[in-house]
Design a protein. Structure first.
Length: 82
């Protein structure tokens, strides 16, 4: 809602906290999609890959942290340009 308030005020720029929350939300959804996708790939045995659920969580977790940082930095870059 804060982003909408900023845009209504004519600002259109997110605060650092809003950028972080947006990045976290986007990545949390991506985490769930990724976890489900990995499970489907492993369950259907499309590839000859054997990964435990714990390993799946760890791999997905690593990519999630990288994604949060990436999303935050990209958002801040574009906010600075605005």
């Amino acid at each position: 809602m804060a982003l909408i308030k900023n845009e209504v005020a004519g600002n259109g720029i997110q605060t650092k906290q809003e950028s972080f929350i947006e990045s976290l939300t986007q990545t949390a959804i991506g985490f769930l999609v990724s976890l489900f996708t990995w499970y489907c790939i492993l369950w259907t045995e499309l590839f000859d890959i054997t990964v435990t659920f714990a390993d799946n969580l760890l791999i997905t977790g690593i990519f999630t942290v990288v994604s949060i940082i990436r999303g935050y930095l990209i958002r801040r870059f574009y906010n600075r340009r605005a």
